[in-house]
Design a protein around this ligand. Structure first.
Ligand code: NAD
Length: 263
């Protein structure tokens, strides 16, 4: 088995490990000599539904029973289960719940997966309820107005809130001060079951590609390409990168926003 100094002997928790980007990341890490504790709804070492409080608690308890960990990769998401519950609250609960155990590693790393959907117009009231940790209020706002957040809806809102949460907490004593790098990888359209609603309908596919072209790499991207970036950010070789939202999207974000951050 090939191994790699930044990964060998390390243990990673991966949520969403049964499919797509999570499965590709798990395969790469295993190839490089790491141990993976996969978590998903089915077909994983740990089966837990991260859209519920009980499922999140169960994930933490089960990982603690495994012992030490070196990386937490919060990849589970999409539209199978509650949009805000899974993509924001599930991811944040995974990261915060496992943080104390992770902090005991000599080179602790965490990555969450967001999306270019986080760039879409949003509903700030719901984003704020997420950041306040008020799940009941956030979900009630979205239930009352499912069109909130426009084209990317609750999914885009959840990913926007996740980006903002990571920007806030990554440089604090609990994360950077404890030696933990915490970053976001935000993919564009990638060929996985989560994007089937876009990719399997020629009209939707053409519309999305026209609105958000991916000039480098093509449309859609491949899960392995995103997994490579997640792996490096989560490796012991990442000694200086934290608090970043890195778009793995074939240039889609750069096309959409241009030099807006630097004006
Ligand atoms: N595919 C894309 O185009 C794309 C683009 C941007 C972001 N993403 C994000 O990438 C991540 C991975 O998605 P993917 O594209 O590999 O899709 P996928 O559907 O192949 O994989 C997602 C996995 O998450 C698991 N999951 C969903 N809800 C869960 C829950 N409540 N509890 C536990 N596990 C749950 C699913 O069972 C599945 O195995 C997601 O966060 C998704 O939002 C995907």
């Amino acid at each position: 088995m090939a191994s790699h100094a930044g990964f060998a002997g390390r243990t990673y928790v991966i949520t969403g490990s049964a499919s797509g980007i999570g499965a590709a990341t798990a395969a790469l890490l295993r190839e490089r000599g790491a141990k993976v504790i996969g978590c998903d709804l089915v077909e994983a070492e740990i089966q837990a539904d991260l859209s519920s409080t009980a499922g999140r608690r169960s994930l933490i308890d089960q990982v603690e029973a495994y012992g030490s960990i070196d990386g937490v990769l919060a990849i589970a998401g999409g539209g199978k289960t509650g949009l805000l519950e899974t993509n924001y609250f599930g991811a944040v609960a995974t990261l915060t719940g496992l943080r104390p155990l992770l902090a005991r590693s000599p080179a602790p790393r965490a990555v969450a997966v967001s999306s270019t959907a986080s760039l879409a117009p949003t509903d700030e009231r719901i984003v704020q309820a997420c950041l306040d940790g008020d799940e009941a209020a956030a979900v009630a706002y979205l239930d009352a107005d499912p069109s909130a957040g426009g084209a990317t809806g609750g999914y885009g809102i959840a990913k926007r809130a996740l980006n903002r949460w990571v920007r806030r907490v990554a440089p604090t004593p609990e994360w950077a001060g404890s030696g933990i790098a915490l970053n976001i990888v935000a993919p564009g359209v990638v060929d996985t079951p989560a994007a089937a609603n876009i990719l399997n309908d020629n009209d939707i596919r053409a519309t999305v590609e026209a609105v958000a072209p991916q000039p480098f790499g093509g449309f859609p991207g491949k899960p392995e390409w995103v997994a490579e970036l997640i792996c490096w950010l989560a490796s012991a070789d990442n000694r200086f990168v934290t608090g970043q939202i890195i778009f793995a999207d074939g240039g889609s974000e750069a096309l959409a926003l241009g030099d807006i951050h630097w004006r």
